[in-house]
Design a protein around this ligand. Structure first.
Ligand SMILES: Nc1ncnc2c1ncn2[C@@H]1O[C@H](COP(=O)(O)OP(=O)(O)O)[C@@H](O)[C@H]1O
Ligand SMILES: [Mg+2]
Length: 348
């Protein structure tokens, strides 16, 4: 839950975290502007050895420590989701999954990679349904370290997850404006006109072709309806967990969509084949034959590659735009070639 916070912010929000640092003889003075993970990376090898520090687990330990203290203090309002845990089940051949448990905290992004048909959507569905060894994978999901309250399963206004699935079809006979209003109403939002305008504007930023509030939802293209759902989810949904299934196939600007969806305090899981999106995550779950084979931390070197991927991607996007607009490719300043845009550091 603290991964994106600086140490100063962590100590401000959770003053008792100081005890954890002291107990582990971690001297953070002068490093308060770093995140805890950055701080851990800077501890030199001698010190690690001298103090017998278990660097790999300290981050998780601190997360768990804060969670336990909050539980003990009863500070967070009840029902707040602070962590999601996946407990192993089995693959399609009933071979047990070998990871012990996988804890995901607020503000963490985890991607899910693996071949088509390997079980990525199935894993998202396990989470959406808060599986209790009652799905084809035999997995169990814990919320805040415990078996989830049945309310997550059965109540529709109290949804655990905001799911953005691969296929989204509207069957209702509503205009875009009415659709948004209906949602805003059911979520008891006050300033509806403002919210409606905001969602429409964001949806149009994501979609290739723009659309109006008066358009019937059934007339939207696949990309437009996905854009609408994403903007709606990002702006209206109070769900603590966001599940995203192959957003890159949606015919929308996937990076803008992610920017919009990934807000500070959510747990985000995203199935993807797109290196740009996969590397954006802090960790990636690798799925094969229905089972979770491993969980890989995104290395700093891989994050650095994102910069290059963003440039390559910008070139491809520009080529796509030109082709669509009927322009010719390969003419830059009167010569044949490609223009590489300036660094895009949005996801650095
Ligand atoms: N562990 C498992 N045991 C049994 N069936 C599984 C398992 N994992 C996935 N499946 C099934 O395999 C099929 C393909 O999975 P899916 O999640 O759609 O793949 P992907 O999203 O990676 O393309 C689905 O019918 C799904 O229910
Ligand atoms: Mg799928």
């Amino acid at each position: 839950m603290i991964d994106r916070l600086t140490i100063a912010q962590v100590l401000e929000s959770y003053p008792f975290a100081r005890d954890f640092l002291d107990q582990n003889r971690l001297n953070v003075s002068g490093s308060e502007h770093l995140t805890f993970a950055e701080f851990l990376k800077r501890i030199d090898a001698d010190e690690i050895e001298d103090q017998a520090l278990r660097i790999e687990t300290l981050q998780d330990d601190l997360n768990r420590y804060i969670e336990q203290i909050l539980d003990f203090l009863g500070v967070e309002e009840s029902g707040a989701v602070r962590s999601l845990t996946i407990l192993p089940g089995h693959d399609k051949d009933k071979t047990p999954e070998t990871f012990e448990r996988l804890d995901i905290y607020r503000s963490q992004i985890v991607s899910i990679v693996g071949p088509t048909g390997s079980g990525k959507s199935r894993l998202l569905a396990d989470i959406e349904w808060a599986a209790q060894r009652d799905t084809p994978t035999g997995r169990a999901i814990l919320i805040n370290g415990e078996n989830p309250d049945p309310k997550w399963r059965y109540s529709s206004n109290n949804k655990l997850v905001a799911q953005l699935s691969q296929n989204m079809n509207f069957v209702m006979d509503l205009s875009v404006g009415e659709f948004i209003e209906m949602h805003a109403e059911s979520r008891m939002i006050g300033n509806r006109a403002e919210i409606k305008a905001k969602i429409l504007a964001e949806a149009n930023r994501l979609a290739g072709e723009s659309f109006l509030a008066s358009a019937p939802v059934t007339s939207l293209s696949g990309g437009q309806s996905r854009a609408l759902m994403i903007a709606d989810t990002a702006i209206l949904s109070a769900s603590p967990i966001v599940l995203i299934d192959e957003i890159e196939n949606a015919g929308i600007d996937r990076r803008k969509a992610l920017d919009l969806l990934v807000s500070q305090d959510k747990i985000v899981l995203m199935a993807t084949h797109d290196p740009l999106l996969a590397l954006l995550a802090d960790r990636r779950i690798v799925i094969q034959n229905g089972g979770i084979r491993k969980v890989v931390e995104t290395r700093a070197e891989e994050k650095a590659l994102l910069l290059e991927f963003n440039q390559i991607d910008a070139v491809m996007q520009e080529a796509r735009r030109k082709l669509r607009a009927g322009e010719r490719l390969g003419e830059v300043d009167g010569k044949i070639g490609l223009r590489f845009p300036a660094d895009d550091r949005r996801f650095a």
